[in-house]
Write a protein that binds this ligand. Sequence first.
Ligand SMILES: [Ca+2]
Length: 220
Amino acid sequence: MASRGNANEPRMWVGVVQPPQSRWPGVVGGLLIGILTAVATSLLLLALTPLFKSALAEADCDDPRGLHLVSGVGAESSSALTESDPIIVEHPAALAIDGDLGTSWVEGVDGLGKNETLTLTLPGTPDVQLVCVINGYAKSEALFLRNARVRQFTVKTDQGIQPSMLRQKPVADYAAYQSLAIPKGSTTEIVLTIAIAVGGVGGDRAADTSISEVEVWARD
Ligand SMILES: [Ca+2]
């Protein structure tokens, strides 16, 4: 009888050889998914950032957003220049709210007009959020350079008092509006006091501080 094998012969094990299990593929896959998720999130935030910025941006003189321009504003001043040579030309406070860039309130005291005031009286008690000024004599670049302008106002409303420093405009922007720092909120008037002024330049410069326009913007 044939033997089916010798118990002493080495046994042959037959089966599928399994490769050694590694945890690296799982780690690499997770890493890739993480990187892709981070990239996608960054791109999404990048795309949405302008929208967020736009939603959070405050109104300014270039874009008053949802504010409305207050109409029916009155203006008074503590002094006003009257030129008499060669002809009589007056520069009353009303010229700062006439909508004409070529006309200006000019203070009428000696020097640069420190402590002179321009007072805007408002209809009712609008919720004022923005005040824009054209600082200086904006009829022409030459007149802007020749005349004095405000460096710092003290702004007083029914809500309080606030100093407002005005950035010096590039000459090319001589007729541009600039916003003032103001105590925001409901008020019956806005008093602008010249705290600091800077003189004009050139041989024919004038020590006359000028404000060409003021706009008041309020929330509904
Ligand atoms: Ca004007």
